[in-house]
Design a protein. Structure first.
Length: 534
């Protein structure tokens, strides 16, 4: 995912916030002196309203500045009407293309067969602009885009590895050169045809092909050679190497591009074996799929403008400033937690976020607050399923934790422990801390004080400033070693911790709020002390 600002100089407008905040602070001091006669409760309300107004209006101003900067991120397919066609031949002229296992009888050199195939194709491309690129160690434009097909045919008669002195193969450079050979403002429907055996020794062909599709350029890979392969003399003129047609690798490359970018490539990448019956007709159908007026539709992958999002956010912050400051309206804590959760997930996952999973998490959290644990459980199960399907490890960790929270509320602590143990060691520190903490709570509740001790110790290795974890570790240690004490000690709930990460204030609140007493272990009073403290 790429982030781009069309007008980055607009961000200098954020500097205006500095004098505005300084002025607001001076006004706040003057106002505070003026209300010295007010009671403490009134002072607190007034201060909160002032702070809310300052924060909301500052954020609204910042959003307007970002909107003026015209940000772009993410890509989307945009249909573009085309008129006419343009083709770029990219020839792999490495020494592996000299192997004699091509043609109808598989007794023709691969490069010679590619030349004959290109001639037959060129004869069908009247009125089409054609360029020729040679790929060997680098990409070289041998014939710029032209409708003079005679010049193209003359080069096809003289294809040889000796035309370029660079060693090795670099099909990536060939594709990049082909992209550059097309005019940037052309309305023609462009196609790159790669003549190769797939025996690439350099470069990153997959990325180059995907780059071509983002410009709306179709890519056809024509395979020459046989799966059985043949020997060929290497570039040193003496040693012999065995080379085969890498059709499986080429098909796998196309599948990787399609899976990585979902359906955004719109089937614009094709692999065709040169010896396949009707292959020439298939190539012509892709190069020029429409027959009427030579008009067609192609798709360009263009960045998505996001300035509207920031305009909406600015409007929202202005409204919030009025609600919280002028009208002194306060939202219920569950709704605040849910909104914070949504913002957390968005900021955590960036623009690659699966919005359907986010909505499901938000829905499941709201259902949890409504004590509808069954629907909440179903929601978090869907989140886990989608995360596993999309291989989104980060969302998966939150789904597992949310599901464990639902199980805990339904007294299914064995199932909850199973989900907590499934959380990855590479999860964010906040999740790992809360996971070990809650495992310690469950273990202590079951009288497994040794496991509880280890769990709280692991939690402290992540955050050694958390007082609650220190208290609970001490309690578990004493329970594990004491032989004369009856009952169990009170554990300090995580909700009273000074560990205030944004994650705990959102997703973990579904465990901290309504169920504090459920996780507290009671203790009969000792004759000499009441509650064991840290």
């Amino acid at each position: 995912m790429t982030f781009h600002l069309e007008n980055p100089k607009a961000l200098y407008g954020l500097l205006a916030l500095i004098p505005a905040i300084i002025l607001a602070v001076f006004q706040y001091i003057k106002f505070k002196i003026a209300i010295t006669s007010f009671n403490n409760i009134s002072k607190v309300h007034i201060v909160r309203r002032l702070l809310a107004r300052m924060i909301c209006y500052s954020l609204a101003f910042a959003c307007i500045i970002f909107a003026l900067a015209d940000p772009f991120w993410g890509i989307q397919p945009v249909p573009v009407q085309t008129s006419g066609t343009a083709v770029s031949y990219v020839f792999d002229i490495s020494y592996s293309m000299k192997a004699k296992d091509a043609g109808i009888n598989q007794d023709t050199e691969r490069l010679e067969a590619a030349s004959l195939y290109a001639k037959a194709l060129t004869n069908k491309l009247a009125g089409t602009g054609v360029s020729v690129i040679l790929a060997k160690g680098d990409g070289f434009v041998a014939v710029p885009l032209t409708e003079d097909l005679y010049a193209v045919e003359n080069l096809l008669d003289n294809l040889s590895p000796n035309l370029v002195s660079n060693p090795g193969t670099n099909l990536e450079k060939g594709i990049d050169a082909a992209i550059q050979s097309f005019p940037t403002q052309s309305s023609r429907q462009s196609t790159i045809i790669l003549f190769t055996d797939g025996d690439e020794t350099m470069g990153k062909l997959e990325q180059a092909i995907y780059n071509a599709t983002t410009y709306g350029i179709k890519v056809i890979i024509l395979g020459f050679g046989s799966e059985q392969g043949a020997e060929v003399v290497a570039g040193d003129g003496t040693s012999k190497v065995y080379t085969t047609l890498k059709s499986r690798e080429i098909k796998s490359l196309i599948d990787n591009i399609s899976e990585t970018n979902n359906k955004n490539t719109y089937n614009t990448i094709k692999y065709i074996s040169a010896t396949e019956n009707g292959s020439l007709a298939k190539v012509l159908d892709i190069v020029n799929p429409t027959q009427q007026n030579n008009l067609g539709i192609t798709y360009e992958m263009q960045p998505i403008p996001r300035y509207r999002l920031f305009i909406i956010l600015a409007f929202v912050f202005v409204i919030l400033g009025i609600l919280f400051a002028e009208l002194n309206i306060r939202l219920p804590k569950p709704i605040i937690n849910s909104l914070a959760l949504f913002g957390l997930i968005v900021s955590m996952s960036g623009c690659s976020l699966d919005l359907s999973s986010t909505k499901t998490i938000l829905y499941s959290t709201l259902k949890w607050h409504q004590k509808d644990y069954q629907d909440s459980t179903v929601g978090f199960l869907k989140v886990i399923e989608e995360a596993e399907k999309n291989q989104d490890s980060e969302i998966l960790q939150y789904g597992l934790f949310g599901l464990a929270s639902c199980y805990i509320m339904q007294d299914e602590e064995t199932a909850a422990l199973e989900k907590l143990e499934a959380i990855d060691l590479d999860a964010p520190d906040s999740i790992r801390f809360a996971t070990y903490y809650n495992m310690g709570i469950i273990a202590h509740k079951h009288g497994e004080y040794e496991k509880a001790t280890e769990a709280f110790r692991q939690a402290l290795l992540i955050d050694n400033t958390n007082i609650d974890a220190k208290i609970n570790l001490e309690l578990s240690l004493m329970e594990n070693t004491a032989t004369a004490k009856a009952g169990t000690q009170n554990l300090t709930p995580v909700s009273e911790s000074e560990y205030h990460s944004s994650v705990e204030d959102t997703l973990f609140s579904i465990i901290r709020e309504s169920e504090q007493n459920r996780w507290k272990n009671t203790q009969t009073k000792n004759e000499q002390s009441n509650i064991l403290d840290y």
